[in-house]
Design a protein around this ligand. Structure first.
Ligand code: HGY
Ligand code: MN
Ligand code: MN
Length: 424
């Protein structure tokens, strides 16, 4: 673990980075499995808390398990908040989210040392955050911790959410000792860095992505209901096959893409649970999660309408009932220009190739940008591989992102973009 006296910031970061990847490491691969509030997530949180404390930060947890490291340099001043998430998808890459938390921490360590040496430059305090359950794989919806923090999701609803085995968020967090009562952080500004999870930056030779907008997303959790029956004996016209209804929706999601210009719509069904899921039985119930993404709000609306007409047709023709059990969506909308300009100036000063880029995936900053002045940054992903054990970003890009983040935090701590009391 790095110490406050580490003199080479890049080497100190890479050493801690190498150490952090052992939590939830999937044997024989370079990836991790560290779903929200799992044992591996809990172990990593303990290690991360010790890292923050060793650099003089005080560690707190709020009621939804967001983990904060705080350093007060200017008594009573608001905080520059920076971070991302350390939870992962099943059998996933080691960079998604965790890179942002570790780069934020090391950027803050460096700026903290500078401001301790010259306190007259400090206008804000420093806070690092490890948001709870960004991925939404074990507990839906995604971006849970930042949604509760920004008031978009009621705390009670989040705590009551259960994983497929019936374990609630509340009891999973309690089992790890990761549910706290910290509240009332006065946030001046927020910054996050993440791997791109696409390949345009690598192809265009861009080292620092200045995220200027997010794609729109609409996720549907459907429940398809039919009737349980013998898969051999039941006459075909008598069947109400929930698996068939679900399969029609899976195929419809792919066919929707062809209704629009190439690249205008991404769709997938990533989760499918059938009951009773047994040989020789026609399924009575299937739950599936269908995900629509587009850079155009208009395309999302049109795709939504087309999907609903498919739902009507499948119910009629296949004699199944289809219900929307839950939805999670966000609009196509911009990140603040002032944050983009600040990040552009830092990249130019550092001589790092940079350009504006949209984010296709959701991030905790998708929530935070609606509450406080926000900067969102990307570093390249090799071949755009993501949510996969082989996700990869080169060390030189990790270090460039750390330098960029350090420059951004330095300016934010000196009062750039500051808004006080925007988030409680
Ligand atoms: O894009 C997503 O849905 C996830 O929250 N990153
Ligand atoms: Mn992520
Ligand atoms: Mn992810």
């Amino acid at each position: 673990m790095s110490t406050p006296s580490s003199s080479d910031p890049a080497a100190a970061f890479l050493a801690d980075w190498a150490e952090h990847t052992r939590f939830g490491a999937v044997e024989g691969t370079n990836g991790v499995e560290r779903q929200a509030a799992s044992e591996a997530d809990g172990e990593q949180r303990k290690w991360f808390a010790a890292l923050l404390e060793s650099h003089g930060f005080t560690v707190h947890r709020d009621a939804i398990g967001n983990q904060f490291g705080l350093l007060e340099l200017v008594p009573g001043a608001p905080y520059v908040l920076t971070g991302s998430h350390m939870d992962s998808q099943p059998t996933a890459g080691r960079f998604d989210g965790a890179y942002g938390v570790m780069a934020s921490a090391h950027a803050c360590f460096r700026v903290a040392d500078e401001l301790r040496a010259d306190p007259s430059r400090a206008r804000c305090n420093l806070a690092i955050v490890n948001w709870f359950n960004e991925e939404g794989s074990r507990f839906k919806p995604s971006m849970m911790g930042s949604s509760v923090f920004t008031g978009k999701l009621p705390l009670a609803d989040a705590l009551a959410t259960r994983d497929p085995r019936g374990v609630s968020v509340e009891s999973a967090l309690d089992a790890l000792g990761e549910r706290g009562d910290f509240a009332g952080l006065d946030v001046a500004s927020y910054a996050e860095i993440h791997v791109q999870q696409g390949r345009s930056m690598e192809e265009e030779g861009v080292t620092i992505g200045l995220v200027n907008a997010t794609w729109a997303a609409h996720k549907f959790e459907f429940r398809v209901r039919g009737a349980q029956a013998h898969s051999g004996a039941t006459a075909m016209p008598d069947r109400r096959d929930a698996m068939l209804g679900a399969a029609r929706l899976v195929v419809a999601a792919r066919e929707l893409v062809d209704e629009f210009e190439p690249g205008a719509l991404h769709t997938a069904c990533g989760e499918l649970n059938a009951y009773p899921n047994s040989p020789v039985v026609v399924a009575s119930e299937v739950q599936l999660l269908l995900d629509l993404r587009s850079p155009s709000a208009e395309v999302i609306r049109a795709a939504h309408a087309s999907l609903m007409s498919t739902v009507e047709r499948v119910q009629r023709e296949d004699r199944v009932d289809i219900e929307i059990v839950a939805e999670h969506s966000w609009d196509q909308n911009p990140y603040p220009e002032a944050g983009l300009e600040l990040a552009r100036e830092v990249a130019a000063e550092l001589g790092l190739p940079h350009d504006r880029v949209m984010t296709v995936a959701g991030h905790d900053s998708t929530n935070m940008k609606d509450a406080v002045p926000t900067v969102m940054l990307f570093v390249p992903s090799v071949d755009g591989i993501s949510h996969n054990l082989d996700e990869f970003t080169r060390d030189e890009d990790l270090v460039a992102g750390l330098q960029q983040m350090t420059g951004v935090v330095r300016r934010l701590a000196a009062g750039a973009l500051a808004a006080s009391g925007a988030t409680a």
